[in-house]
Design a protein around this ligand. Structure first.
Ligand code: GLY
Ligand code: MN
Ligand code: MN
Length: 435
């Protein structure tokens, strides 16, 4: 296999060492301590000629560093067993989607696993004879027929359509054949590990943030009346790729005028108008890790008096939150700090209402392999967590939206702003537009 180009089907900008993923698997196995742990990779239904991009499931990637489609990870803590199941290589399909590692020793060595087994039942050549080999489902059935068997797997929601997700259908099938095994949702156990970033993850997040900053600088260099939002979106993407990133962590938001008040506007089809603000909320993905940074720019290069007042209020909330990030606080508590500043200001809307009602979202979220990493507002912050701080005020009647978003690594005594190289003050933002 040509490693230089295809890397066995792994395309991330950078991976961590195989030992790092192996250590995460050990930690998960220790945390659960029993039963059969199964983690599913994402499927790839592009087949022969459908277009689209494969992206590995974040939990699976976290535990394996493997981007191959339709893969399954199994851990059996009681016997220290770990196995990666891969589909057999399909050379005709590889003409469409590129060469991939398949089952066997070569892949096991390259990917850092004891065993890489065939997903489907079949046979292998052993000592010059063909031998039958059980596929994944038969092996799983064997493990789950033990007394007091437990299956630990991330459980998807039932969804809104009629068809049950694949994992739930498999469990139902197994239950038909087996007397009874317990099923436990593994999602929270993996989420707990993912919340605390190791050094290698932080290094990748710094790269994602650096690429995102490059995107902002490129966007700022283009902002002026008459420019199409879509052209800025495209230039941001080019800047991400030139910085080595795989692409976007989420669809870029380039919203000017009224669209600056629409939180997840990502159509980017308007034209920048003299006198408007433009919210640019973008994130590069590097080594699968996400950046997520927002700046709000005046299209003509200068904030007017009202825009400046609202901008400085959002900035005051942003800075107060930044100063309060430390181990022990929650995102909910941080939001209250921002809300109190916005609501407590003498600035009002046309009816005389204070502006707290225009801060319509949370203060931020955990950031990592997903732009919105799981965790919600609940967990108390701990060193190694990465969060965003992104207060905003959105007044549709004035077509005036402002959001300022930075990414923070929680440290033992506070926080490090990973995106401190991208300025926030009125003067610095205006200077970026005139650079
Ligand atoms: N770009 C989505 C967010 O900031 O949460
Ligand atoms: Mn964002
Ligand atoms: Mn965000």
């Amino acid at each position: 296999m040509d490693d230089r180009t295809f890397r066995g089907g792994n395309y991330a900008a950078e991976l961590q060492a195989p030992e790092v993923y192996a250590m995460r698997r050990r930690r998960l196995a220790e945390a659960v301590g029993r039963g059969t742990i199964v983690v599913w990779g994402a499927g790839d239904d592009r087949g022969y000629g459908d277009v689209g991009t494969f992206r590995q499931d974040s939990n699976f990637f976290y535990l394996t560093g493997v981007e191959l489609p339709n893969a399954v990870l199994v851990l059996r803590p009681s016997e220290e067993l770990e196995a990666l199941f891969l589909p057999a290589r399909q050379e005709a399909l590889e003409r469409w989607t590129g060469p991939k590692w398949g089952p066997g020793d070569e892949a096991a060595k390259a990917l850092g696993f004891d065993r890489v087994l065939a997903l489907e039942a079949g046979e292998v050549e052993l000592e010059a004879r063909r031998r039958p080999v059980p596929g994944f489902e038969q092996r799983l059935q064997g493990w789950l027929s033990e007394p007091a068997a437990e299956l630990w797997t991330p459980l998807p929601g039932a969804g809104v359509d009629d068809e049950l997700p694949f994992v739930l259908r498999l469990i139902a099938r197994l239950r038909d054949r087996l007397p009874g095994f317990a099923v436990h949702d593994l999602s929270d156990r993996i989420a707990a590990l993912r919340l605390i970033k190791d050094e290698g993850e932080v290094a990748l997040m710094r790269q994602a943030v650096a690429a995102t900053i490059a995107g902002h600088r490129r966007a700022a260099s283009m902002i002026r009346p008459g420019v199409w939002e879509g052209a800025i979106d495209g230039a941001v993407y080019a800047a991400f790729r030139e910085a080595g990133a795989e692409g976007i962590a989420f669809p870029s938001i380039v919203g000017s005028g009224f669209a600056s008040t629409v939180l997840h506007y990502d159509q980017n089809v308007g034209t920048l108008q003299d006198g408007d603000l433009v919210v640019v909320d973008i994130g590069a993905r590097y080594g699968y890790y996400c950046g997520d940074l927002t700046r709000t720019y005046p299209v003509n290069g200068r904030f007017n008096e009202r825009q400046r007042a609202v901008y400085e209020l959002v900035l005051a909330a942003h800075d107060a939150v930044a100063a309060a990030i430390r181990p022990g606080v929650t995102l909910g508590e941080l939001r209250k700090i921002a809300y109190d500043i916005i609501e407590g200001s003498s600035l009002t809307d046309a009816e005389g209402n204070h502006l707290g009602r225009y801060f319509i979202h949370g203060i931020g979220h955990f950031l990592g392999l997903d732009a919105h990493d799981s965790g919600g507002e609940g967990p108390r912050l701990e060193p190694g967590m990465v969060i965003t701080d992104e207060p905003g005020i959105y007044i549709p009647d004035e077509a005036l939206g402002v959001r300022i978003e930075d990414d923070y690594l929680v440290t033992p005594d506070g926080a490090e702003c990973l995106s401190k190289d991208l300025p926030t003050t009125v003067e610095a933002i205006e200077a970026m537009l005139h650079a």
